[in-house]
Design a protein around this ligand. Structure first.
Ligand SMILES: Cc1cc2nc3c(=O)[nH]c(=O)nc-3n(C[C@H](O)[C@H](O)[C@H](O)COP(=O)(O)O)c2cc1C
Length: 209
């Protein structure tokens, strides 16, 4: 299902970011992709529900992009959920405005991939830790994909090292926009960043080159 993509960016100190800032800059250059920086838009943390809901209505896929903070998102994204996903609008009686849209978490973690395993020091997989987002999407009738995760993000010392991941992110956002991502398989995998190309196909009905 093709449609515009909304990236909700939540990073409290973007100027000190090594990874999320670069991902967001690359995303902002894409046609059909809106990057919405929550901390920049709401410096007093006072979220405008109507404005956010109007933005959501104009997009078919929503990407929650943020560093992993204490096994979840930075606080403003939680506040965004509390304020914007209202009963009667996002869920409950008459609350079907998000139904059929796609939700993805694009996350950077300080911990390495091996830490996010049952036998790793974080004891849970990233997918398990993201269960509240998964269930929130489910309640709103949205399809929640596997996370697009970059682990071990603190190891990067130069901008060049981030480039392969930025390239994958652009590919993901473009595929979401163009309806080229196999959504069922993109839900089943552990990490969208691994083997992303295998989840993308030319759009059915698209003209042959
Ligand atoms: C308050 C705070 C909490 C954090 N919690 C986690 C965490 O739970 N798991 C983890 O792997 N990394 C954690 N980190 C590391 C961040 O995920 C990491 O700094 C970030 O992904 C780097 O991305 P950036 O360069 O865009 O800032 C935390 C960092 C901060 C500042």
């Amino acid at each position: 299902m093709a449609g515009k993509v909304l990236v909700l960016l939540a990073h409290p100190v973007l100027e000190r970011s090594r990874v999320n800032r670069r991902l967001a800059e690359a995303a902002a250059g894409l046609e059909g992709v809106t990057v919405h920086d929550l901390y920049e838009t709401y410096p007093t943390l006072s979220i405008d529900a109507r404005r956010e809901q109007a933005l959501l209505l104009r997009h078919q896929a929503v990407v929650l992009q943020h560093p992993f903070y204490w096994y979840s998102s930075p606080a403003l994204l939680k506040e965004w959920q509390d304020i914007v996903l209202e009963h009667g609008w996002a869920y409950g009686k008459g609350g079907n405005n998000l139904a059929g849209k796609v939700l993805v978490s694009a996350i950077t973690t300080g911990g390495p991939a091996m830490a996010y395993r049952k036998d790793g020091y974080n004891r849970f997989t990233l997918k398990e830790l993201l269960a509240p987002f998964d269930q929130t999407a489910h309640l709103c009738g949205m399809k929640y994909l596997a996370p697009f995760a970059l682990h071990g993000s603190l190891r990067f010392e130069t901008p060049e090292e981030v480039v392969p991941h930025t390239t994958r992110y652009v590919r993901l956002l473009s595929a979401l926009r163009d309806g080229e991502l196999d959504l069922d398989r993109a839900t089943a995998v552990d990490n969208l960043a691994d083997g992303l190309d295998g989840l993308i196909s030319a759009r059915a009905g698209a003209p042959a080159p």
